[in-house]
Design a protein around this ligand. Structure first.
Ligand code: UD1
Ligand code: UDP
Length: 384
């Protein structure tokens, strides 16, 4: 069976790292990078340092423009003629890869299906909804995501198994390498921050308010600045508060090492909210909503709307005072077996006995669930 996996941005490189070796070991697999991200510190550092093979092809599109990404990806797919295409998450590359898969008639598997912020002003929410709509198999990271797919959107339950979240697999796979990194060299309590969402950084007023809130914190904030944010800071002529330790984006190993020693995470990244739970570090999400509500239910995450809320310093204090009470042993994203479940379901789709194995984990798909998913997809394809 020919399988192609599509990747185009930093978080996809990280989260697909544990999956790619599983697929390459079992299938005629092609790992395709669209080139949506292109700066060395957003791409090459991850290709070099992660425990995963480099992409087999780099398309070099160099933009997030969906039509350009789709045209280039579809041209490559026509050459590769995959039976199965795997896309991950919610970026424009995810949408482009998914559309390209449909163009060549491949079975489309969407990983991280069903997560919802219900905020349709976010391009990522639109991308997720469209990709889930056109997918043949929707692999949900959590029971909540599967519930959105089945109860809210009326998808057939067998085609929406809960496989866990590859962010946990990535962290488990790199845990020793992360622990061996030197750390950021900050004394005492410090925060680690990411900030790049369009709703925040593309609006000078919201970004200005955000900077005042960050400046009100009594601790240093390590902030590797995303290129979008760096660009907007320059064009709006804004200045960083003194407690921000600004640097270029850093590699995953150094970033996780910095997070693991932090008192708190401040973020609008999806991946960082998931990593906060895995690392046991409290998190404040700098958005009015999140598609990762499980982290909020568990008390490990709190929302702060930079456009409206005030008093971030008070929220930080509250999180630091209360986060010890939360049930850390519950990781809603699983224990690091998402890649094994994904590989197994594709083996089952191929009509083979799975060689990928994983333990039974309450709330996550069993081999029987994956068999039901594969049978459902095969029957739907025959009926179409
Ligand atoms: C994209 C994703 C977002 C994801 C983020 C991960 C979409 C719609 N958004 O947002 O979901 O969370 O990636 O980081 O797909 N730039 C560079 N070098 C790069 C990449 C970007 O300089 O390697 C600059 C460019 O000025 C570009 C801007 O950043 O115009 C934004 O890049 P883009 O890919 O459009 O969106 P992100 O904000 O990175
Ligand atoms: N990350 C990183 N270096 C940095 C900032 C973040 O390696 O300087 C990692 C972080 O650990 C997480 C991912 O990048 O795994 C988050 O990616 P991003 O914020 O680009 O996208 P999102 O998660 O919002 O889709």
């Amino acid at each position: 069976m020919r399988v192609a996996t599509v990747c185009g941005t930093r978080p996809e490189l990280i989260k697909l790292a544990p999956l790619v070796p599983e697929l390459s070991a079992r299938f005629d697999h092609h790992y395709l990078f669209t080139g949506q991200h292109y700066s060395p510190n957003m791409v090459q550092v991850f290709v070099d340092e992660l425990d995963a093979p480099a992409p087999d092809s780099f398309l070099d599109v160099g933009t997030s423009e969906i039509d350009a990404l789709t045209a280039a990806t579809a041209a490559k797919m026509r050459e590769l003629r995959p039976d199965v295409v795997v896309t991950y998450g919610d970026t424009n590359s995810t949408l482009a890869g998914s559309r390209a898969a449909k163009e060549v008639g491949a079975i489309l598997i969407h990983v991280e299906a069903g997560i919802r912020s219900f905020d349709r002003s976010m391009p990522e929410e639109l991308n997720r909804v469209i990709v889930d709509e056109i997918s043949d198999l929707r692999l949900a990271p959590t029971g909540l995501a599967a519930w959105f797919l089945t109860a809210f959107e009326h998808r057939p339950p067998p085609a929406c198994p809960v496989v866990g979240n590859l962010a946990v697999d990535a962290w488990v796979r790199h845990r020793d390498l992360i622990a061996a990194r030197p750390g950021p060299g900050l004394e005492g309590d410090y925060a680690v921050m990411t900030l790049h969402r369009q709703a925040t950084v593309d609006d000078p007023e919201v970004l200005g308010r955000a900077l005042k809130e960050f400046g009100s914190l009594s601790m240093p904030i390590l902030f590797p600045v995303h290129p979008r944010t760096a660009d907007r800071m320059k064009s709006f002529g804004l200045e960083w508060p003194d407690n921000l330790q600004i640097c270029e984006p850093i590699g995953y190993l150094d970033f996780c090492r910095a997070m693991s020693g932090a008192a708190i995470l401040l973020t609008d990244s999806g991946g960082v909210q998931e990593e906060g739970i895995s690392l046991g570090i409290p998190c404040i999400t700098l958005r009015p909503n999140t598609e990762r509500m499980e982290t909020v239910f568990l008390g490990g995450n709190k929302l702060f709307d930079l456009a409206r809320d005030t008093g971030l310093a008070g929220d930080v204090e509250h999180m630091l005072a209360t986060h010890g009470d939360r049930p850390y042993q519950l990781n809603p994203f699983g224990s690091g077996y998402a890649a094994a479940r994904i590989a197994a379901v594709i083996e089952l789709l191929d009509g083979r006995a799975p060689t990928a194995s994983f333990p039974d984990e309450a709330g996550f798909a069993t081999m029987a669930d994956l068999q039901a998913a594969a049978s459902f997809v095969a029957a739907s394809r025959r009926a179409a």
